[in-house]
Design a protein around this ligand. Structure first.
Ligand SMILES: [Zn+2]
Length: 419
């Protein structure tokens, strides 16, 4: 049987580093106040001459899209029909959108493309949103428990009669402005481009051949903001604001693995965000796909094994060291980008920041956002095997209102053996 190959039509692969492929693409003037002057982000593959960025839409899912096309399940020239996809709630432009260097890793106009770039769309240019805003109800057993324990009440508005929580969800794909990113890291743009190119195995040649293209759609995970109360209130410093910025931990967040505090801290953040909204404030939980301190889950599980197989067993004194042995770094999350999402909503002040991380706190305050209270995870929510993590973090400078553990006490904090 002769298999049909939908892609191999005899045509040559044209390298995207050939500048004539980009034709008379619309320029992007990052940070410009007028969206038409700023210009749309055009990552379409279907008409390559319109493209004005490196990479394409969909973050890490761009690989699955390519696979669908290769296997003949998806047409490479499909143009999205965006009827009725407009945001369920408007996010109005904020001063932070136009302040230089304030937002470098997302496109603040990403949810508004259907409106502000209408004239380009009408010319037939394919412009895809990089932000989508919808609404939903959350059903969480911990929230039911909080209602039963009378820490939360059913108000019929934010917490419904059926004990669901009403929420606005905002999905944000990464859009990186390379000159601003190099500025934030205080490195040369050429160094950034060269390293991104070579360390991804040469995945994006335009990083080094097309210095005129300033925007990259990196093939990495997205972020999602969950807002409790009115989205517009996030920009109002008169309103009380509760915030949790959470980095993905699939094992704990979804499966309840007890070696870390991730899900308990996440859900405690949701509970407090809901409570804040119920008393007239607003809550936001931002979920970043940065699994295992952005080192990935395979690395994370290798570290777990290395920790638990040490001669002294898993203990808080060597918690960070074991990660560094396996991964080469303790943490690759780069919280420097994280406040971009907060700036997208125009947040200038956080009343209650649910995080003990000094890296997150430093990044938020360096972004000009005032933090009034830092909220640590309550002791009774720390799972049995997560003591090692929490004590090691306290010793490393994470926020705590108790004593900072010394090296002697760290060694005595033991985790479970592999079983
Ligand atoms: Zn975790």
């Amino acid at each position: 049987m002769i298999s049909h190959d939908p892609v191999d039509d005899g045509s040559h692969v044209i390298l995207s580093s050939h500048s004539n492929q980009f034709g008379s693409a619309i320029r992007i003037n990052w940070g410009a106040q007028d969206p038409l002057e700023r210009g749309p982000v055009i990552g379409t593959i279907s008409n390559k001459t319109d493209r004005n960025v490196i990479g394409t839409h969909g973050g890490s899912y761009t690989v699955y899209r390519a696979l669908s096309i290769a296997s003949g399940h998806f047409s490479s020239d499909h143009r999205p029909d965006l009827t009725h996809t407009d945001p369920a709630v408007a996010v109005e432009p904020q001063p932070s959108w136009f302040e230089e260097g304030r937002i470098v890793s997302l496109d603040p106009w990403g949810a508004h493309t259907n409106v502000v770039f209408r004239e380009f769309l009408d010319q037939g240019i394919s412009i895809q949103p990089t932000i989508a805003i919808t609404q939903a109800h959350l059903t969480l057993p911990e929230i039911h428990g909080a209602i039963e324990a009378e820490r939360l009440s059913v108000d019929g508005e934010i917490v419904t009669e059926s004990r669901d929580v009403r929420v606005t969800k905002i999905a944000i794909d990464p859009v990186w402005h390379l000159p601003s990113i190099s500025e934030r890291f205080k490195i040369k743009e050429s160094t950034l481009r060269k390293t991104l190119f070579s360390e991804t195995g040469g995945m994006f040649p335009e990083l080094v051949t097309r210095s005129d293209l300033k925007v990259w759609l990196p093939p990495i995970g997205s972020s999602t903001a969950y807002v409790f109360g009115h989205v517009a209130d996030l920009a109002n410093p008169e309103r009380e604001l509760t915030c949790r910025v959470h980095d993905e931990c699939n094992g704990s967040d979804v499966f309840g693995s007890d070696i870390c505090t991730c899900r308990p801290y996440l859900v405690f953040g949701i509970e407090d965000a809901v409570r804040t909204a119920q008393r007239g404030g607003v809550g936001i939980v931002v979920y970043f796909r940065k699994e295992g301190r952005a080192l990935g889950e395979v690395t994370k599980f290798l570290v777990y094994n290395a920790r638990k197989r040490q001669p002294d067993g898993d203990n808080a004194a060597t918690y960070f060291h074991r990660t560094e042995c396996v991964a080469g770094v303790q943490d690759a999350r780069f919280q420097e980008f994280m406040p971009d999402v907060l700036n997208y909503f125009g947040i200038t002040k956080i009343d209650n920041l649910h995080s003990m991380s000094n890296m997150k706190y430093d990044a938020i305050t360096a972004a000009g956002i005032r933090v009034i209270n830092r909220i640590k995870i309550p002791e009774d929510l720390i799972p049995a095997d997560a003591r090692v993590e929490i004590e090691a973090k306290k010793a490393a400078g994470y926020f705590s209102d108790g004593d900072t553990p010394n090296s002697e006490s760290l060694r005595s904090v033991k985790g479970r053996d592999l079983t």
